[in-house]
Write a protein of this length. Sequence first.
Lengths: 405, 982
Amino acid sequence: MFQIFAKNRMWRKQPLKHRYEVVIIGGGVHGLSTAYYLGKLGVTDVAVLDKGYLGGGASARTTAIIRSNYLTPEGIPFFNESVKLYEGLAKELNFNLLFNQMGRLDLGHTDSAVYGLRMRTEFNRILGVDSRLIGPKEIKKLVPSIDLREGKHFPILAALYHPPCGVIRHDAVVWGYGRGADRQGAELHPFTEVTGIDRTNGRVTGVETSQGLVKANTVISATAGWSSTIAKMVDLELPITTHALQAMVTEPLKPFLDKTISSANLHAYVYQTDRGEVVIGGGVDPYPSYSQRSTFQQMEELAANTLEMFPCLKNVNVLRQWAGLCDMTPDYAPILGPVDGIEGFILSCGWGSWGFKAAPVAGKRVAELIATGETPELIKPFSLSRFREGNLVNERAAAPAAAIH
Amino acid sequence: MAGDSHNQRLKPQPTELIDRNKSLEFQFDGRRVNAHQGDTVASALHAAGVAILSRGFKYHRPRGFLCGAGRCPNCLVNVDGVPNVRACTQQVRQAMNVRHQNAWPSLNLDFLSVLDRLQWLMPVGFYYKAFHRPKFLWGLAQRVIRRVGGLGSVDIDADPVTTYRHRYHHSDVAVVGGGPAGLAAALGAAEQGVGVTLIDDQPELGGHLLFNSKDFSGLPDLADGSGPEVASKLIQRVIESANIEVISGATVFAQYQDNLLTILHGDELVKVRAKSVVLATGTYEVPLQFQNNDLPGIMLTTAAQRLIHLYGVKPGNTVVVATVNDQAYQAALDLLNAGVEVAAVVDVRPTYSHGLEAATTLISRGVPLLTGHAITHATGKKRVRAVVVASVSPRSPDSPARRITCNLVCMAGGFQPANALLQHAGGSLDYDEKSGEGIPHDLPNGVYVAGEVTGVHDLATALLQGRLAGLEAARLVSGPGSNQEEIGRVRQRLNGLETEPGIIPSSPVSAPPVEAPTESRGKKNFVCFCEDVTVKDISQAIEEGFEDIQMLKRYSTATMGPCQGKMCLKALVGLCAQQTGRTIGDTGGTTARPPVQPVPLAALAGPSHMPVKRTPLDQNHRDLGASMVDLGPWQRAHSYGSPQEECLAVRQRVGIIDVTTLGKLEVTGRDAGALLDKVYTHHFSNLRVGRIRYGLLCSDNGTIMDDGTVTKLAEDRYFVTTTTGNVDLIEEWFNWWQAGTGSCAHVTNVTSAYAAVNVAGPRARDTLTKLTDVDLSAQSFRYMRSAQGAVAGVPAILLRIGFVGETGWEIHVPAEYGQHVWETIMEAGREFGIAPFGLEAQRILRLEKMHVIVGQDTDAASNPLDSGMDWVVRFDKEDFIGREGLKLASEQGPRNKLVGFIMQNWHVPEDGVPVVSGGKPIGKVTSARFSPTMNKGFGLAWVPAELAQDGTQISVLVNGVPQPAQVALQPFYDPEGELLRQ
């Protein structure tokens, strides 16, 4: 308890060395979690490089919903392990991540939407994930403020209720992993931009940075919306298009909603933070772009779609609107692991709108891959080669609000 | 406090906005409060002696009137059920009901203010370091935190109706800000003959001039007289200009790409698209930091000036004015003139600017000026009662602190340029050491700035800058060279302005921060009023390693509350720079994001735009008692009572279904066939006129996008149907592949032009023969053929197709005759026992035929080869969309296949359940129903390719229990399709 008065530095400031065993490009939640789990496996000669401040990219813009109610036999266990890791993470990192497992409802407004929800529910249950399909009566009990009137254009027919779903203080996860990685010996180097990747005989040998050349045996790209840019440095073209996802937040309100609510038909999701703000997120913009400027059209749509579910919020003020980049893959699943023909280069990308929730499992399993040289079973389905082999994962239906529409 | 119960209204002020002849009355927490027309809730409450307007977010400390301009969080109240209303900008309406927020039981006595005493337990980021061990503790703590969090409350039963509407507006030049620079810009642009829209957030134009009593004589041609006089002359010219449209009382809350300004104006949201934009948004004042700087009775100098000049309210009885700039001396004079006793002016600087007239006047009227001093702390419980002032001069560090009694403190903590819109537009800022402000550096194309937002605080400069910006903005509209000479003249004069006779050289009004006395670095010294973040919190956060301003913000939560940094960013950056030894420029800032001012969701949403589409037959379905379902934007009849009965009617007699919602495209032109060959997997250019072919569309990677029929009506004219939900997408898709090819094909969406019905069943021919001259006999009108002719006297396209597996025709007629045709067919079929059938019956019937519904039985990863539709993929075509993906798929062979199945017992699975093996999911059921024909559950499912054999046993989950089923590859009903051809 007394640690609340402690004033310990979160991480050390150190000079950048000329060589490391592992260089991680990207100091967001994925890069830092990978560094942390590498440390746990005894790989400590690690540098995490970021062009900006730590956690300043997608990790700063995420709406931080943690869940595992996915659709595919590949995706469900993967995200389920992540939820389990998140559940124990505060204790493990000795840092309260303000994880609130409030539960989530995915709304079905049409027969076909309910069909999709049922499919997810059934696949979740058989794979050990707590999900159930509930009707309007139970929805009303869980979310008294939702508009269940019949005869609306988007009537609420049913919902997929996923109790373990939670919301987390995203910055805290970044800092907690950062501190954990630092304590285990990894070095964190913000404001150190990677400008090139060196290769000899098809093997990665190091990175060029704004602070000079750094040699490394293994280079991990964990750069979220900038993965394609990093991949180009090794002449690799990824099956990724980058889209902005916009979100907004209202002024704080007294608690009225303690579930995450998502609607695929309305391309919107809504929850209330512990501080009382209502966070509203949407689908990714339908056109690819690296611009992180938000648009008014999306603000209008998000507002209208939110009011369709919660008309009681009509006079609630929006405080802030922002956009983050999502690297969308054709099958709405990540790309993890080594790349054929580029020895020592490891990808952790294609994180679309499902990246933050996977940070623990991806970090842990990629670390395992680097420490042992073996790709863990859990992440095998997410290899880059699946696109060549035609073994897509097809997780689209499970990124409902965020899908390109 | 003295005067708590007294009316603090001053004698009428020349510039006041209130109408003293019109009295209003409203309720504040049940107490009746008097006001005048034009009063804000806060000005009326202040006049009535109410000091506490709210309670702090975290510690529940009493908070009062602070900024007076709708920027800070201190006066958030609930007005007539609407939460988080800013009392200082909300005009009083008769009988409005104002209630406090975030305090219980009352503002004066708030039980949670005990948290203020426990502040030592809550250092910055304490919640990250507590409650997580043991795990259950967090669950408990979180419940408490959730209960005490938040500000206003929502009424979940509120009437959903709103009155907000949206309007579009186009303008050559948009000027944001109605102060002197904005007025000059509007005039400058308007005289060039371009259209100008001037938008100002205050009820009246004039900006700070309205309450600036300084004498501006001596600026010969620019301005003459007092602030209000200068303003009224400019305003007069603006009103007289035919080229200027003024939108007052309207907040520009964001600037988006390509000069889209979004404005909230009452209950109207205006979207202004301008060719060029002048931002003359001014500055706003920020608070100072000292112990207890948040007590009620401590406000900004500009807030006090607003109370006096705009509302005729006396801010307090005895004031201490604390400042870092010259501007506060004028405010002190204003207070003195309003009858407030000025106990002292405390200036942190060693001296005020040479020749400062207001200072001389203050001295002559006996006001003590304490330069080189600062307030270290304020005392008082529910209102400030005194302040302690100490020297900041390094030469006299030990000079004794002195206590000054007062019930009002006016703070001039410097100015923060209102540059949020500029940041939205993509402009960048540079920190200017001289003014202590971030000033515009890189301007985006088509954006100009003028006035105080550029860091100048001198009227002549502002006016000239405004004029220059207006001229330049107009030049962008009317082309280069149009007013080049005048632009040159103004620019030249602006450069030489300081040397003109009669101009008082402008002095820095906003000095860089001076290190405050160490005694004031306490834990009740607030930086961020929204989130209750103190100087000590900031300092500790930096010690913990949060040195970057963005991380400092995120860790301390400073700038993250309702004011979004308006009150605190300057102080936050100053403290961060000081402690980390960086310059303010290097420290940077946080990003301003839309909206500048909070905007209600209903205003953003506008009137609901969620249209429902009804077919021309909608009323007929409802009259027949149909249950309707939503399908995309459409409403369709689900069933008319019993889907099972409807199925039997189709199989045994004749049925009719409304298929108007099918997407319909006409593709015409010489190259129409070639376009269809390109987008579909099958051949269409070689189709003979009058023939129909099933069409399947794939995306680039070979997965199924949509399906439908393609009918060749003439050599250069095809009639294409798509699934109900996809028509817009498919229309775009066609046009996307057509664009730029130079070929001649036109795509017209005719979905709503036609009503369509499908008449199917053994007696369909008998029914329709009564209504048409078209020969419907099996020999003349064969399966997958079309004809055009009259049905029920109406020109129609007849397609002989069979989605439900019976002899039948899909009949398309002009939408306006839909009802007539439906009714006539119903009448004609009566003798044969015709029955309408709905969506559900159609789903069962087509399932018996194993006809796939795209999107139901297929998903984003399904391709035609795996879905049992390899017969529509023609690799003999040179190219079509998806060919490469399908080639790859055909080489690799399928992993999974879509097959039919029949249940081996009485169970009927639901759509979407898994196919299992050994407790693991190996496939999924996409459609399953009870077949009235077979008397069993059956359906379609994806299974591993090796199981896709006729007769293979599989297990399907029904209510969580695996049940046996058998794979079937042939349609369950009429496998050879003989009935279709009869």
